[in-house]
Write a protein that binds this ligand. Structure first.
Ligand code: GSH
Length: 210
């Protein structure tokens, strides 16, 4: 399989980490949306990452759809989202907060770093920042309830942990001023713990160049 997209894209990174944790081998095409859109369109007509090219050439798009397929391939004890029940709903709820923070992070980053200064609308990025913080705060509350070396939902690491940590790392990379070092201590502790795992360490995003 070939994963298209860079680790700075949190949607791509959560797929990269999931592939590694499930134990599925894959190659990377680290294409950037800002400069390599034409090539990205050859995989996804929308010009978005991630895309995952399967062995037979079929191309999956959108991280949620890709992760849904990866869970189909995973042995039961490596599924990242439970197949049914209360734990599935809890994972999906936390993932929705993480995805919301990621989406609003992309918006705030584009508005403040990519849009020409004279066209920027500060209220727009401020609203996005408030939504980022609201999403991350929900993840912090869930992380505060973790006992010891536990996980956000159930007895083992799930997509909730992956997406929560990826969201936090992404916001720290693209909106560093939004989160002082002491902010979100429980979520940060979870991120440090995950950061020791090769799948997270090897995909850590670099802050974008100015
Ligand atoms: N819902 C999509 C979001 C993907 C997304 O927004 N990707 C960004 C990169 S972080 C992108 O491709 N942006 C370029 C664009 O939308 O034009 C997913 O989960 O895969």
């Amino acid at each position: 399989m070939i994963l298209v997209g860079r680790n700075l894209s949190p949607f791509t990174r959560r797929v990269a980490i999931s592939l590694q944790l499930i134990g599925l081998p894959f190659e990377r095409r680290e294409l950037a949306t800002a400069t390599q859109m034409d090539e990205i369109r050859t995989y996804n007509p929308l010009g978005r990452v991630p895309a995952l090219v399967l062995e037979d050439g079929e191309v999956l798009i959108d991280s949620a759809a890709i992760l849904d397929y990866l869970d189909e391939l995973a042995p039961a004890d490596r599924r990242l989202t439970p197949a049914a029940g209360a734990e599935r709903r809890s994972v999906n709820r936390l993932v929705a907060f993480a995805l919301g923070a990621m989406e609003k992070g992309v918006i705030a980053y584009y508005e403040t770093a990519r849009r020409p200064a004279e066209l920027q609308w500060p209220q727009w990025s401020q609203m996005a920042d408030a939504q980022i913080l609201a999403g991350l705060q929900q993840l912090e509350t869930a992380a505060a309830a973790i006992a010891g070396d536990g996980w956000l939902v159930g007895e083992r690491l799930t997509q909730a942990d992956i997406s929560a940590v990826v969201a936090l790392d992404f916001i720290r990379a693209v909106r560093p001023a939004l989160l002082p070092a002491e902010a979100l201590p429980h979520l940060s502790a979870l991120a440090r713990r995950c950061g020791e795992m090769p799948a997270f360490a090897a995909t850590r995003p670099q802050p974008p160049s100015p």
